[in-house]
Design a protein around this ligand. Structure first.
Ligand code: ZN
Length: 341
């Protein structure tokens, strides 16, 4: 088994870590977009978080790793088992599926199993990457270079939690609930604004400019590569604490209270920033609630809204010809005006 770089050992990049944690507590927030320099550990963070999550119970033999306890959302095969004796299940790691650039639609959504069609004359479905990503993470490096129609498709599936394939005489639907994580380098092409808006959170990562942080990144990376197992052992306790926080956060999520005052704050902030539609308000509230649950707090307040405001809103701002400040600065300014320094 390969050892992942421990999540807790990732130096700085606090906003990226926070966004991924929040999305892991509440996947309904929508995907996370990570923009920034190469080599800033974007994919490392996703892999590290998935490795840290508790293994999930899955139906043995199910190609979508259905949860035996989750009534009503299983695939067609698992649904037919329902009501009978519980299916055999086993524990499997939370999947992180890489979507390579140049992947065909067949490979992504699944396709007719040609081999079986030719040899046995059976119309069988060969699941694609979306099937493998069910209940885990789908990671797209350089999402800004992916064909638009594929990005649209991924975002639709991520939002609905279901992959529907109607082609080549096939008619298949299967669960595909995953957290979409897209990374990109803005210098290599921008994402259409309509797509940006559909990602729940967006974060900006930078190569650390602080000398001590740079030295620490290299030191830890080197220690990990020389002896991954020993290195992971050093961070085990800290990772364990994070795991417990996520599990507790998920359990607590539906009990978190959102007072009207917090909803008003979110609306005021979005109005001040002129975000389009209501997706900003909704994401801001959901992200604040997930953060609240993660921290073990009972009620959403300004402190939560403040911390998630930039990741929830910065990619939803329209260009303002009278204001050339960056989007992060504009969000921070609006937060300060509304909630004080
Ligand atoms: Zn199933």
């Amino acid at each position: 088994m390969t050892v992942s770089f421990p999540f807790s050992a990732i130096v700085s990049q606090d906003e990226m870590k926070l966004a991924i944690l929040v999305a892991a507590v509440d996947p309904r927030i929508g995907g996370v977009l990570v923009f920034g320099d190469r080599g800033t550990g974007k994919s490392t963070a996703v892999r590290a978080l998935a490795a840290l999550l508790p293994k999930m119970r899955a139906v043995v033999g199910c190609r979508y790793a259905c949860d035996p306890a989750d009534a009503g959302v299983g695939c067609a095969d698992c649904s037919t088992l329902r009501g009978k004796k519980p299916p055999k299940s086993h524990l499997v790691p939370v999947p992180v599926v890489d979507l390579p650039l140049g992947a065909t639609e067949d490979r992504v959504v699944g396709a007719l199993d040609l081999e079986r069609a030719l040899s046995q004359g059976v119309k069988a479905f060969e699941p694609g990457l979306l099937a493998r990503a069910n209940r885990g993470f789908l990671y797209i490096d350089e999402v800004n270079l992916l064909e638009d129609h594929l990005v649209d498709l991924l975002i639709d599936v991520a939002a609905s939690g279901e992959n529907v394939v109607e082609r080549e005489g096939l008619s298949v639907r299967h669960p595909a609930r995953f957290v979409l994580v897209g990374s990109g380098n803005p210098e290599e092409g921008e994402l259409r604004p309509q797509l940006l808006d559909r990602f729940g959170l967006s974060v900006e990562v930078q190569t650390p400019t602080d000398l001590a942080a740079r030295v620490e990144v290299v030191r830890r990376r080197d220690a990990f590569e020389r002896d991954p197992t020993a290195f992971a052992q050093q961070w085990k306790k800290e990772d364990e604490r994070t795991r417990k926080r996520i599990v507790a956060g998920r359990a607590r999520l539906d009990c978190v209270r959102i007072p009207d005052a917090a909803r008003e704050r979110a609306a005021q902030l979005c109005t001040a920033l002129g975000t389009d539609g209501l997706r900003g308000d909704l994401t801001l509230i959901r992200a604040a609630r997930a953060l609240c649950a993660l921290q073990g707090d009972a009620e959403v307040g300004d402190t939560h809204l403040r911390r998630v405001a930039a990741p929830a809103l910065r990619h939803r701002l329209r260009r303002n010809p009278l204001d050339d400040a960056g989007s992060t600065t504009r969000v921070e300014r609006a937060v300060t005006e509304l909630m004080g320094a």
